[in-house]
Each structure stands twice: as C-alpha cells, then as structure tokens.
Design a protein around this ligand. Structure first.
Ligand code: FES
Length: 187
C-alpha cells in the first residue's frame, strides 16, 4: 500500500481535498466530481453539470457578471411563517421592505412600517409575527391582511400597509415597483 496522497481541487467559491490511499480516487467541488488515476497521473472531469446547471443565471448577470439590480432572492427563500427584509433603493432614498410568501398566492411585499406609528417596523430584524395568515404588529397588536395589507384589527384599523410591487420570474423574486430602481440583498 502506498503512502496517502492529498489531492485538492479549488474553485472560485470553495476548495475540496481528499486523501487517496489507492491508485484512484475522486474529489468534488461546486457540484463537479473529478476522478483521477494516480499511476497514469491523468485527471479527468466527470459528472459535469448540464448546460442548465452551469449557465449563469440572469440575476447574476451574463456577460459582465453583474446581478440584476432588482433581484431579491429565490422564491423558496421567502418565508411563509415570517418575513424577509431588504432595502429598496431610488437614488439616495432607501426604504426598508419586507416580503412574505403565501403558499398558493405568490409573494407579497410591503414597506416595513406600521401605519399606527410609522417609525415602528413590523419586522424588527428577526421576522414579523404571522398569526392566522395575518401580519401582527409586535408593538400594539394591529393585524394586517397578507395580501393587500389591510388592517382588520388594532389601533390603526381601516388603514393599510404600503404595498410594494414584486414579481416572480424563473423561481426568483424581483422588485418591480416603479418607485424604486434597485434593491439591496436581504439581510
Ligand atoms: S405601532 Fe403597530 S400597532 Fe401600534
């Protein structure tokens, strides 16, 4: 039995290594598996992802590598039992927004502000309260419909959240509200 050999493969985003005791082995990184033979010292690439897997997605840019400035997140990352925060941008003006996904109705977004006291965020940082499919303000308990943001109970009953337009394309969520030119990634 030969001494072990350490083989490393490095991509832009990660590095993987393996100790090989036999004449052949394999190591995978970024979804690509490299199989190799020690005696022949040849390294071949196997299990190469399909064109679909390796193509650069539109939101990450194509030729220039820049992401779509309106891209927010994959739809699967928008929670159904809480909210995701990000910032919509128009010039020097930024607005914090929250997003929530309803299982059969799509993704909705609103300004992260309670109509009762606009300086109170509905999502203070760890997600808004969702109860019985309604957003509940943590400060005084106002309840808002998750579609149109209409307040059905609490001190601002009859008001509504400021709805922000978003759209889903190819399983990704984008800001589509004309009041904003771009958004920062969720945090
Ligand atoms: S600040 Fe939201 S209900 Fe009072």
């Amino acid at each position: 039995m030969r001494d072990s050999i350490r083989v490393s493969v490095e991509s832009d985003s990660e590095e993987a290594s393996v100790h090989v005791h036999d004449d052949a082995g394999e190591v995978a990184t970024d979804g690509v598996t490299f199989r190799f033979s020690i005696d022949g010292a040849d390294v071949t690439e196997a299990d190469t992802p399909s064109d679909e897997d390796t193509s650069t997605r539109a939101h990450e840019g194509s030729d220039d590598g820049e992401r779509d400035p309106r891209y927010i997140a994959p739809v699967t990352e928008i929670p159904t039992d809480s909210t995701l925060r990000c910032t919509a941008v128009d010039g020097n003006r930024t607005t914090e927004i929250i997003l929530r996904r309803e299982r059969d109705a799509g993704v909705f977004a609103w300004r992260n502000s309670c109509p009762h006291k606009p300086n109170v965020p509905l999502d203070p940082g760890d997600g808004a309260i969702i109860d019985d499919d309604r957003i509940v303000c943590h400060a005084h308990g106002a309840r808002f419909e998750c579609g149109d943001g209409f307040c059905t109970a609490g001190p601002c009953r009859g008001d509504a959240l400021d709805e922000i337009d978003v759209e889903v394309r190819d399983s990704d969520v984008y800001l589509s509200d004309e009041r904003f030119a771009a958004c920062n990634l969720p945090y």
